[in-house]
Design a protein around this ligand. Structure first.
Ligand code: SF4
Length: 516
């Protein structure tokens, strides 16, 4: 179905009152360094990853005989005091920042998730979403395994425990779990004396490996900016389907599952990752700049200045201006102390929420024809107000340029777009959106332009732009997510593994040695 053929409808009244931003599910940081203050390193690593989740955070430490943990709702600097860090002494640590998309947003949902396997305590941290945990949870409950939360992370932790009890080796428990779970996962796990890191076979969510200076130890993190923060050098990505184990015996690796079609999330490049992180050998800033250059080639505008919406629209604005030969100006100022738009059902109060986050500079914008560049339009709830701010500051024309294609499809791999009816581009033509936001013109980067602007990599997931989903989604998971007339590509029916028992899966995996 071509969305440009659709008649505009009253989308604004249909969307829930929520911010016009996607949220990543989480950030993960793990460190094995017996001679270092691992809790403090983790604290700093999590500070660098705070943009990936602001609802809750936690640090677990393995001290050689057990695992200690502190976790709570709030930001990293709110949750951890000096005394907390001093109490978390050990040789290996694991940290997590969370924006919950699976399960509750309460204390039990905060990570790392602590779990006992006989007398061994493990802590598990997860970035991503598992799409087949309902069936697995039910099977585990039938085996008298209880659950404290509703998260997919607890299902993975309990499944690892279940298989580890049968195989008596944690890495085998992880491998057998990887053979059963489906979806996007970049996970790290500690026990009292070792750190593990593993990633789904498509490599959808990021996970990098670094080494601390002076060969003092190893770090795994969701982004390279966290390695930078603790003085670790980037070594390589954790490979899709790989398990890395770091302990007193050194770093060991095993390919638990054969790599599947490579599908790293391209939205990391558009919005989620920090601009100073490096992905596939190039900074995210440079990639967003290149997207802006392409956008200017594809959708030029007659204008006087280019203004980026802070922060994630700024690199694209610079790229656009460079290609178009226009000046890039700071026309919008962000209030850094407002974390999220206040969500109010009342339109006046919603506008007030945007004004709390952004203000427009009339001495820059007055009398100008402005190209306004932002990273994406998701629900379309704030762009109209930003255009209005620019006009109130005196802009005579506002041409909106979006540094990514139209977000038309929901994500099932760790991002909080649950249903297509929340996405303005799935509901309206570009002309309809232009009218709603009150812009003089509106254009999006093409999918081809986006992919061409990204550094070479084995393969991307771009499903939220194309509807081509790299991992099969069970109908029960995607039920109600699509609007009538939309046919996602590559969504499978119930996958074969979901029809097997845990014992069947374990037997098949055991038969493929190299896994056990
Ligand atoms: S659907 Fe979009 S946001 Fe989700 S993993 Fe794929 S590219 Fe990323």
């Amino acid at each position: 179905m071509s969305e440009t053929n659709m008649a505009p409808r009253d989308f604004a009244s249909a969307v829930p009152a929520c911010p016009d931003e996607l949220h990543d599910e989480c950030g993960v940081f793990g460190v094995w360094a017996p001679s270092a203050d691992v809790a403090r390193l983790t604290y700093f690593g999590l500070r660098a990853l705070q943009h990936r989740g602001q609802e809750s955070t936690g640090i677990a430490v393995g001290d050689g005989s057990t695992v200690l943990i502190r976790k709570d709702l709030g930001l990293v600097e709110q949750v951890f005091s000096e005394a907390d860090l001093a109490a978390l002494q050990g040789k290996v640590a694991l940290g997590h920042v969370r924006y919950g998309t699976s399960g509750g947003k309460d204390w039990e949902g905060a990570q790392p998730h602590l779990s006992a396997i006989d007398d061994v305590i493990i802590a598990l941290a997860h970035n991503g979403t598992l799409v087949n945990t309902d069936d697995i949870r039910n099977e585990l409950i039938e085996r008298n395994i209880g659950f404290r939360s509703t998260t997919d992370t607890e299902v993975a932790a309990k499944l690892i425990g279940y298989y580890t009890q049968k195989t008596h080796r944690l890495r085998d428990g992880i491998a057998k779990t990887m053979a059963l779970i489906r979806g996007a996962y970049a996970m790290a796990l500690i026990r009292e004396n070792a750190l593990y890191a593993f990633r789904d076979p498509n490599g959808i969510r990021p996970l990098v490996l670094g080494e601390l200076s002076g060969a003092r130890g190893w770090v795994v993190a969701s982004e390279t900016c966290a390695l930078e923060m603790v003085g670790a050098r980037y070594v390589r990505d954790v490979n899709p389907g790989e398990i890395i184990r770091i302990s007193d015996s050194g770093l060991k690796t095993m390919q638990a599952l054969p790599p599947a079609v490579p599908a790293s999330c391209i939205f990391e490049q558009v919005y989620f990752a920090r601009p100073d992180s490096v992905v596939n050998g190039r900074s995210v800033f440079a990639t967003r700049f290149a997207m802006g250059e392409r956008l200017a080639e594809e959708a030029p505008a007659s204008a006087d200045i280019v203004v980026g919406v802070p922060d994630s629209g700024l690199p694209g604005a610079e790229g656009f201006a460079s290609e178009a030969g226009l000046a890039v100006k700071t026309g919008l100022i962000k209030n850094r102390y407002v974390a999220r738009t206040f969500i109010q059902p009342d339109q006046d109060l919603r506008e007030l929420g945007v004004k709390l986050k952004l203000s427009a500079l009339s001495d820059v914008l007055a009398g100008q024809r402005v190209v306004l560049v932002d990273d994406s339009i998701v629900r379309g709830t704030t762009m109209g107000q930003i255009v209005k701010l620019c006009r109130e500051a005196g802009a005579v024309e506002v041409h909106v340029r979006i540094n990514s294609p139209e977000v038309t499809w929901p994500c099932f791999y760790g991002i909080d777009t649950a249903t297509q009816d929340q996405l303005i581009s799935a509901n309206m033509s570009i002309e309809g959106i232009r009218e709603v936001i009150g812009a003089d013109s509106l254009a999006f980067l093409s999918v081809g332009g986006l992919i061409a602007a990204c550094p070479r990599c084995p393969g991307h997931c771009a499903a939220c732009f194309t509807g081509e989903y790299p991992v099969a989604i069970p109908p029960t998971f995607s039920e109600g997510s699509f609007l009538e007339g939309y046919e996602p590509k590559a969504l499978s029916r119930r996958s074969a593994s979901l029809q097997m028992s845990l014992e069947d899966i374990a037997r098949i995996v055991a038969e493929k040695e190299g896994v056990a």
